[in-house]
Design a protein around this ligand. Sequence first.
Ligand code: EPZ
Length: 421
Amino acid sequence: MDKFVIHGGKELNGTVEISGAKNATLALMPAALLASGESVLYNTPELNDVFTMSKLLKQLGAEIQFENQVLKINSATVNNQIAPYEHVKKMRASVYVLGPLLTRYGFAKVSLPGGCAWGPRPINLHLEGLKKLGAEIELDEGYIIVKAKRLQGAKINFDKSSVGATGNILMASVLAKGTTVINNAAMEPEITNLVNFLLKMGAKIYGINTSILEIEGVDELHPAEIETIPDRIEAGTFLIAAAITKGNILIRGGIDAHLYAVLSKLEDAGMHIDVIGNDIRIDAQNIEPKSIDVSTGIFPGFPTDMQAQWLALMSVADSVSTVTDTIYTDRFSHVPELIRLGADISVQENNALIKGVKKLKGAKVMSTDLRASASLVLAGLVAEGVTEVLRVYHLDRGYQRLEEKLRQLGANIDRVAGQEF
Ligand code: EPZ
């Protein structure tokens, strides 16, 4: 299990290229199952979660080629509709294959996702939606078994906005008979990327970028090509890296429209932000971050996937701030580790109270999940002395060569491969 060794205190300056979005890719890949033949995903990030999804699609019989960020998926050879526990337990997004397999083959058997470092992360909205479309659903020995000769369009209302459930029902409905309406659909940019891919495959979808999607089922779709959007959470993480080290970074591929809430909070905290086309410059030189309250929300609100990173920045801000996560009630496993670095944070239910400290001091800290580990790396960049972030396999799920990109910006960070430390 690799670790990162970081010598803190270096200001980050320079230019960084943002990779394709993990959470778009994990929806686009299963969507390729909907049409027989080879679909092509451009700007695909080289991440462990993408490799996990590739293994799952190969297990279903698809042919995969992946080089230089170009991912080719040929689903003509799919001959199996069972997603086994060993894949799903590694990555919850595996449940995204439910909708495409069911609507294309009339059957799917997918392991219930295991637990997560935080949650709860149920999939009731996915299953209720499939049921509304006419699927028979059975839970057996930890597997979800869904069957339907042909799904029938239906009116579906989500009590809660859900990215995954919106993606799954969208993919199930494009080949259903008749019209489906999804009310309270998620509007995250990754869903828009998926809608654009489905439209290129010949799907009939109306209401793109809104919370009401109308889908007119068709009998068949054809393979297509799609450009994956840049990863707004990676871009946001680098924005915080500049802010926390008082640096000046140009982020290439940081689409501002995907990050308004984060950019606005960074400006409130005193940072200078310039948007130049699809690039963002953040200048934080000699700027003491102000303590600014944040409450996460669905898009276009402040993303829950940026909550841990924001907490790291607020740990060294000038006074007191609060962070509330309205999406997940207990996504604070990074807090005890930040406290080991000298942060002053207390958590009550889904609220954190952060008293900014003058400095953090390096220590060994443990990653518990993807964004928590990003938060620890950010804190390590500014902590005095050496910070060792253990179990960075969590980080490799969602960041492509993070340590190399940070080193190119001036960080003193090395990956040390090897046994459990
Ligand atoms: C997606 O997860 C992202 N993952 C997550 O990013 C992100 O945190 C989350 O959306 C919220 O933005 C991918 O896209 C692969 P949800 P998803 O369904 O789809 C509740 C990362 O770090 N809910 O939008 O699983 C749920 O408990 C990852 O990149 C139900 O109650 O999230 C949560 O409170 C972590 N029933 C809320 O909805 C359901 O059936 C939002 O969850 C589904 C969800």
